[in-house]
Write a protein that binds this ligand. Structure first.
Ligand code: GDP
Length: 483
């Protein structure tokens, strides 16, 4: 489903025109772009004497493609309705991004919701006059561009915060450039107007140089003078965001298959893999069979930004979900499948492909004879598979380990991830003679027995410098033996 004559032409290695002609002979009127139903595809496959199953399968594991198709389909849809804008806040350090996010988080939250607002799920929604605005909770252009670099473009509008007592600073300019290169419109929030030294007009003058000209001065950029601290004019800012959203005609079709993007993901001790995601099209429902990146499962529990369990999530809604087999990465795309079996096989296929890709560029070494191997093979790198409980620790440890340098030999993290050490980690380490470091995580039972039979070394730590010390000692041939 969702495939047209062009796609089938590719799979069957025929010209799309030939496919259209063939279908015509079979009594199906179509053009190259019209999507075909399952029966028609099977009919056609039978006509070409091909067990299409596997090839069609290959195609549906391309979830980027499925995602793009749903995104495109929404543009043609007659069921489109207005959707809330998705906003990222950017600006120079200390100009008030966090203060503004906190202020907004507590704005327009009705009494009965107030209990749940501490919930952090990577994004939250603010209500103004019965309309919603979605704010991504990680401010700054680094997060924004990281997501973009991984193919996720979820921000509709950038709010650029500039402190009126400080003016345009280096990161202000960076933020402008990042937003511009993503072609995301900027609304300027001139902040800290409550301060004695505040000079909002100066900020506006400065920003003209970067093409941000206020409407009053003949430009088309919206400026709002606010105080994130006192809350002054913060409602005006929300109003302007909604106005900008109207100009952009942001719409989505809540009736089509849901697609979305992961904002954050982690392993929860009690609940297993947890993903915070933004639904972009369609409506995500409890029980939906899903693939996210290289993981799969069913939406088991869905929680909104107020900490409440919900049964469905419409476009631009941030939700936290459980029910995945593994922890996905931020910026991973979510697609929904008709049945769990398909989702599972697609997910497994994708995980396998990802593993193979990782294997392609690995070198061989073991921990036990690390020092000897280093000398014998004149190694320049020591390979490690790294697993941690949260992304932050994984990154911190990776950075620390990669700083180790023993006479020109360095550490190379061939795979780093969040979650328990699993079989695929052991397989990867075994295949590349790497060893595994677990930080605040442990191997699963099967991973543990596999590691024992494959002689893969797993080292567990909960202190970063201890892990660094051990690795460095091993590289110097001075590691204490463990029993
Ligand atoms: P960020 O680095 O951009 O996230 O900036 P913060 O939100 O952490 O703010 C930096 C400092 O500026 C904090 O001490 C805030 O209390 C202060 N601040 C933020 N907004 C305002 C404002 O509107 N008025 C005043 N007077 N101080 C503010």
């Amino acid at each position: 489903e969702g495939m047209n004559a062009q796609d089938l032409g590719k799979i069957l290695h025929r010209e799309p025109a030939e496919i259209v002609k063939k279908l015509f002979m079979l009594g199906v009127m179509t053009n190259q772009n019209q999507s075909l139903d399952k029966d028609t595809i099977e009919l056609l496959a039978a006509e070409y004497g091909i067990e299409s199953e596997e090839k069609v399968h290959e195609d549906i594991s391309d979830i980027d493609n499925l995602y793009t198709k749903e995104m495109e389909a929404s543009k043609e849809s007659k069921n489109q309705v207005k959707r809330p804008p998705v906003v990222t806040i950017m600006g120079h350090v200390d100009h008030g991004k966090t203060t503004l996010l906190d202020r907004l988080r507590h704005t327009n939250v009705s009494e009965h919701e107030a209990g749940g607002i501490t919930q952090s799920i990577g994004a939250y929604q603010v209500r103004l006059d019965d309309r919603l605005i979605t704010f991504l909770d990680t401010p700054g252009h680094a997060a924004f561009s990281n997501m973009r670099a991984r193919g996720a473009e979820i921000t509709d509008i950038v709010v650029l915060v500039v402190a009126a007592d400080d003016g345009v600073m280096p990161q202000t300019i960076e933020a402008i450039d990042h937003a511009k290169s993503a072609q995301v419109p900027i609304i300027v929030a001139v902040n800290k107007i409550d301060k004695p030294g505040a000079n909002p007009d100066h900020v506006m003058e400065q920003l003209m140089k970067y093409g941000l000209v206020p409407e009053d001065w003949g430009g088309d950029t919206i400026f709002v003078k606010i105080s994130a601290k006192t809350g002054e004019n913060v409602d005006d800012l929300l109003q302007m965001i909604l106005l900008q959203a109207d100009v952009m005609e942001l719409q989505a079709d809540p009736q089509q298959k849901a697609i979305g993007t992961v904002v954050e993901a982690r392993l929860d001790k009690g609940r297993g893999p947890v993903a915070d995601l933004l639904v972009q099209q369609g409506t995500l429902k409890i029980g939906d069979p899903i693939v996210i990146g290289d993981t799969y499962g069913r939406v088991r529990v869905m929680t909104n930004d107020k900490g409440r369990r919900v049964k469905k999530a419409t476009p631009s809604t941030p939700v936290e979900i459980t029910g995945l087999n593994d922890v996905p990465s931020s910026a991973d795309k979510l697609v929904v499948f008709d049945d769990e079996k398909t989702a599972r096989s697609v997910g497994e296929q994708r995980a396998k492909n990802a593993l193979e890709k990782q294997r392609e560029n690995v070198q061989h070494v073991t921990l036990d004879n690390l020092f000897d191997t280093m000398k014998r093979e004149n190694m320049k790198e020591v390979d490690i598979v790294l697993k941690a409980d949260v992304q932050g620790s994984a990154e911190a440890l990776q950075q620390s380990l990669e700083k180790i340098d023993v006479e020109g030999v360095r550490v190379n993290i061939i795979h780093s991830g969040v979650g328990a050490i699993n079989e695929s980690d052991v397989t990867l380490a075994g295949a590349s003679n790497a060893f595994i470091i677990g930080f605040n995580v442990r191997p699963t039972a099967t991973a543990k027995s596999q590691a024992e039979s494959d002689n893969v070394d797993i080292r567990l730590y909960n202190i970063i410098y201890k892990a660094m010390d051990d690795v460095e000692a091993a590289m110097k041939g001075m590691l204490e033996p463990t029993y």
